[in-house]
Design a protein around this ligand. Structure first.
Ligand SMILES: NC(=O)c1ccc[n+]([C@@H]2O[C@H](COP(=O)([O-])OP(=O)(O)OC[C@H]3O[C@@H](n4cnc5c(N)ncnc54)[C@H](O)[C@@H]3O)[C@@H](O)[C@H]2O)c1
Length: 378
């Protein structure tokens, strides 16, 4: 039976505010509350979206009778906050990643993955990670046409986001998230690109339904890099990392995570080679690609494969390839129908573990390492 839900949005920073209207408009959402530690952001968002129910902290909103929380706080807070909320009886959505600790410690990421899975099992609450690549039209199209590829042979995906990209400077983003000055952020240093791997790893894992079992990876060190350097807090010298994975279905996957590149930026599929068909994504246009068989090469519009949405969400799908509306719809529907969300904890930890293990391999000069796995959802 489908039951409309009540939801609180925790974290009304640069990203969180883009989700409020989508939750408000969803026909299966009967009540929306807002929460932020910063009183000015909370008041501004409450005014802008006409919402009266507000909470000054996660601790406070956890005491409410809301069914679910969407946590869009800083990336080093997601996992502990998700666990706190699930323990308080809420279904939880977080922005990506599951966690990216300020320490830059990959073991800590895996330990939180472990705790998140244990918490889902213990509480029976649902967790969903809001991975935008999962609902990019080309990812959706390749998932829907998965059988046409034949045997998956080779998949490539990437997340290219230069640290100093004029359209979204990651130093400025980190200053806003930490409250530190530019000099302090640069002194802290840049974490391993593979510690934020979900925009790339989500593509091969969700399209094939297989997971990474082993990886050999390398890191690139820019000469005299002021940000990715050995004497920083994280000690990470890699601004660009490439991993070669063997997947559980035998396919090979190449993942590139780059924070230093002369590129406007791209996230998601690069190309997929199957035994019967292949797809090459056109990064010049987020809605175009080429579909190949042994006898034909055809331009393709992946948007034609989008799923229907409630009418109220159709006029503005939101950013990242129109994925925002689909993320909201999937989380709300899963909670309302009492089912596991598609990007559940078991799926999400697979995206994370692939990246963390790739960085570990890169630190060991490309040593072939096994990727930990928590299995399929119960
Ligand atoms: N493509 C994508 O999927 C994508 C794109 C952008 C950002 N993100 C993710 O979104 C998240 C948020 O990014 P942002 O740029 O909006 O950050 P931000 O720093 O602008 O906003 C975070 C907000 O959370 C609030 N907050 C923190 N702890 C809280 C608590 N205990 N209770 C209530 N509020 C609390 C802060 O006060 C702040 O307003 C990040 O984790 C980032 O990784 C994902």
């Amino acid at each position: 039976m489908t039951q409309p839900i009540s939801i609180g949005i925790v974290g009304l920073g640069q990203f969180g505010v883009h989700f409020v209207e989508l939750f408000q408009k969803h026909p299966l959402v009967k009540r929306v509350a807002l929460c932020d530690l910063a009183p000015d952001k909370l008041a501004r968002a409450a005014r802008r979206f006409g919402i009266r129910e507000t909470y000054a902290s996660l601790d406070e909103i956890c005491k409410s009778n809301l069914d679910a929380l969407a946590i869009i706080t800083q990336p080093w807070l997601h996992a502990p906050q998700a666990i706190q909320a699930m323990e308080a009886g809420k279904h939880v959505y977080t922005a990506v990643p599951i966690i990216m600790p300020l320490s830059g410690d990959g073991d800590e990421i895996l330990a939180w993955c472990d705790k998140l899975i244990a918490c889902c099992r213990r509480t029976g609450q649902h967790y969903m990670m809001g991975e935008t690549t999962y609902y990019r039209p080309e990812t959706v199209m390749c998932r829907k046409r998965a059988a046409e590829f034949g045997q998956f042979i080779h998949l490539e995906a990437e997340y290219l986001h230069d640290t100093w990209l004029p359209a979204c400077n990651l130093i400025a983003v980190q200053m806003a998230r930490t409250g530190l000055s530019e000099a302090e952020v640069i002194r802290l240093g840049g974490d391993a690109p593979m510690h934020y791997p979900t925009h790339s790893t989500a593509a091969p894992i969700s399209i094939t339904g297989a997971h990474a079992v082993e990886v050999s990876a390398f890191g690139y060190t820019y000469p005299d890099d002021p940000y990715f350097r050995a004497d920083s807090k994280t000690g990470n010298v890699f601004s660009h990392e490439v991993g070669m994975f063997r997947m559980s279905n035998g396919a090979l996957a190449i993942i590139t995570e780059s924070r230093r590149n002369g590129h406007t930026g791209h996230e998601g599929i690069v190309r997929i080679i199957g035994s019967e068909a292949s797809y090459v994504h056109d990064a010049r246009d987020e809605y175009r690609g080429m579909w190949f068989t042994k006898t034909a090469a055809q331009p393709i519009d992946p948007c034609a494969y989008r799923d229907p949405l409630p009418n109220a969400l159709m006029d503005d799908l939101g950013g990242h390839g129109g994925s925002h509306a689909y993320l909201v719809h999937e989380f709300v529907s899963a909670c309302a129908e009492g089912r596991l969300p598609k990007i559940n904890a078991w799926e999400a930890v697979r995206y994370m573990a692939a990246g963390v293990t790739a960085h570990r391999s890169a630190l060991r000069g490309g040593e072939l390492l096994k990727v930990p796995d928590w299995g399929d959802p119960p």
